[in-house]
Design a protein around this ligand. Structure first.
Ligand SMILES: C[S@@+](CC[C@H](N)C(=O)[O-])C[C@H]1O[C@@H](n2cnc3c(N)ncnc32)[C@H](O)[C@@H]1O
Length: 291
């Protein structure tokens, strides 16, 4: 990860955080729970505290096991890293819309989308891994996300054009934002280059799937600019997408304008990078684009 020293301010805090376990977090699911959620949560996790920027997310102690709790099994919450809840906050889906989650398994973000839409409209949750669809189906059922239809396409070959209000591309990536805690090693050049091409092709299909006024949100959980700003640069230059500024209360840094001699441009300040030390959570990159 030393590779990123020049773009991660406060590198010491970043490194120190990566030596620790992530803070556990759960996202309240209003499709299944009621007003007494916080009371019930605090009964089992007295130290639970609300995220300062996302009123649906609660932080739990690092050693908590929220996946073994009845509130989880009843779908009253979804175990999700705090930073992972950011892309859907930025996607901002509304009830009644038609939304595509192109790389959806195991369903953390697809179920968050259905919850934000109050189970009104349609969410197509797609993933090309049939194995991972099992957990996607289980999570949809457990959370009562009744408006989600599941499909099993390679995202680059999803049929149709101009049909969705919003498309989320939570792209397959080298996962450095999670791996930092395990190995603190950056991904290889070969892996980054291969993924960058795939990610661009997924973004290209997403740009075809949105309606004229539609929105695409692109996210990864990696630090590599090749998989983040480089993909967005190509989206703007080659697909004619318009990069939109992101306003969020979540602690973050802006996307990088240059890295290792490659210029991505000033516009990248409209994108967002969250590092592990920002909210004791995984790393994430988010960009929002329109046609
Ligand atoms: C970062 S994970 C998605 C996590 C998910 N959005 C969530 O919040 O739970 C990336 C997903 O992309 C899927 N994937 C990889 N290549 C794909 C492709 N070509 N088309 C569609 N999905 C793909 C993987 O199977 C994996 O489930």
């Amino acid at each position: 990860m030393e590779r990123y020293k020049s773009i991660i301010p406060n590198f010491k805090a970043f490194r120190d955080e990566c030596q620790k376990e992530a803070v556990q977090a759960v996202r309240k699911n209003s499709l299944k729970t009621c007003d007494d959620f916080e009371e019930k949560l605090k009964k089992d996790f007295p130290e639970a505290s609300k995220s300062p920027w996302n009123r649906d997310v609660y932080r739990l102690p690092r050693n908590a096991s929220p996946g073994k709790n009845m509130l989880h099994w009843r779908g009253e919450y979804y175990v999700q890293e705090e930073s992972a809840s950011l892309p859907v906050e930025i996607l901002n889906p509304r009830p009644g819309e038609k939304v595509m989650d192109m790389c959806a398994a195991p369903g953390g973000k697809a179920t968050q989308i259905a919850e934000k839409m109050d189970n009104e409209g349609l969410v197509v949750a797609n993933d090309d891994s049939s194995k991972r669809l099992q957990s996607l189906h289980a999570n949809i059922y457990r959370t009562g996300s009744a408006i989600i239809d599941v499909t099993n396409y390679d995202g680059r070959r999803v049929p149709g054009t101009d049909s969705f209000d919003r498309v989320l591309v939570d792209a397959p990536c080298s996962g450095e934002g999670n791996n930092a805690r395990r190995s603190f090693k950056a991904s290889s050049k070969e892996e980054r280059d291969h993924l960058s091409d795939l990610q661009f092709q997924l973004l290209e299909k997403a740009s075809q799937l949105i309606k004229e006024e539609g929105t695409v949100v692109y996210s990864t959980c990696t630090f590599a600019p090749e998989e983040n700003e480089a993909v967005i640069r190509r989206g703007v230059d080659e697909l004619g997408l318009e990069l939109q500024d992101i306003n969020t209360d979540a602690p973050h840094r802006r996307g990088v304008e240059e890295f290792e001699g490659t210029e991505y441009g000033e516009e990248m300040s409209k994108t967002v990078r969250v590092y592990p030390h920002h909210m004791n959570s995984g790393g994430i990159f988010v960009a929002r684009l329109g046609k």
